[in-house]
Design a protein around this ligand. Sequence first.
Ligand SMILES: *Cc1c(COP(=O)(O)O)cnc(C)c1O
Length: 368
Amino acid sequence: MDRLCEYIAPVWAQQLGNIPKQRIQLANVPTPIHEWLLPGIPNDFHVSIKRDDMTGSTLLGSKVRKLEFQMADCLAQGSKHVVTYGSLHSNHCRVVATCARELGLQPHLFFRTDVEDPYTIGCEGNLLIDRLCSAKFYLAPKKSPYLTCLKPRMDKLAKHISSETGERCYIIPLISANIIDFWGYIHLFDELVMQGALEQFDDVIVAIASGMTAFGLAIGNFLTGSKLRIHGMSMCDDTYHFHYPNCQKILDTLGLNVRAEDILDIIDGHKGRGYDISTQEELDYIVSVASSTGIMLDPVYTGKAAIGLQRELNNNQDMFKGNRILFLHTGGVFGLYDGRMNDTLKGKRSSTDQIFGWKNLEDFPSQS
Ligand SMILES: *Cc1c(COP(=O)(O)O)cnc(C)c1O
C-alpha cells in the first residue's frame, strides 16, 4: 500500500516557502457541495454545504486534511508511534487514533480532563473509536498548560518509548511549528477552486477552534485573489487575542505582507455557554436541522456555527458580501453519541406521538 505521494502545491501557492514534499491520502475527497435548506433562513439567502463530514467513516471531518501532511512527515521519519493530545471527546484524537492504526502505528493520546481515575473513563462518542483502536490514554488535569505541562510529558513519553523499544515517536501538537498542517487547508481551498466555488458563492462560513481551517481558507482566498469573504465563527474564548495573532504569525512565517483582520472575518457571540457546553436551544436546532434536511450537525462546533449563521443572516445581513453562502461542515458527528442528546430526543419523541408500541400496532398517528 503506497498512499504516500509527492505533493505538488497549487500554482497560486508555489511562492510560499515551506511546501511539504509529501502527502498521504487519507481523506475521501473532493467532498460534495450541495444546496442546504437550513431552517430559519431569510428567503433572499441561499445556503449550500460542503460535506467534510464525509471525508471518511471514522476518519470523518476536516481534521483529516491536516493529518495527510503530518502523517506523511511521520512516516518519512520512520516513526512507529504517534503522540498527541486533546480534550476527552476530541475529534482530533479520534482521527489520529484511526489513521495511526490504518498506517500500522501505535497511537498515544493525552487527554485534558477533570476525570482522574482511569476506571471512570467511558466509551461514549469519540472515546469508543479511540478504544477500538487500542490507543493508549494518559490523563492530565483539564487546565494543564501546553508548554509547561503537556509538552514536557509528551516529550518524556517519546523518549521513554524510544529507549525501551528503539522505535521513533512522532508528536503532533495543536499547531505544528513548521505549519505543515496548514497545507491541509491550502489543499482544501484548492479543492474549492476546482469545484467552482469561487464563482458560485460570496461568503464561506466555518467554525473555529485552533483557527487553522479558517486561516488556510483565508490565506488561499488571499493568494488566489478570490473575492470570497471568509468568516470564522469562534467556538472558544479569547477570539481576538488568540485568532488574529495566530493567523498573523502564520502570515509572517510565510512572508505574506497582509494583515490577518483584512483577510479573515471573525464572528463572535455564538459559542453559547462555552466550549463544548450545549444549550437546549442549540440541541433543539440540531434536531430541527437533522429532521428537516438530513444533515447531522455536531454539538461542539457545527451545531453552534449553523445556529449562529441563521441568527446572523436574520440580524446582521451587512456582514455578508452577498447572498450565496457556503457552510463548511467540518465533521464531529461522534459528539452526538456522547449522551447529551438523549433527554432532548426522548422528550420530543415521546411514546404517544412518535413511537407506537405492540399494543398500538393498529393505531396510526394523525399526519397533520
Ligand atoms: C477541530 C474542529 C473544528 C475547528 O477547526 P480548527 O481548524 O481547529 O479551527 C471545527 N469543527 C470540528 C468538527 C472540529 O473537530
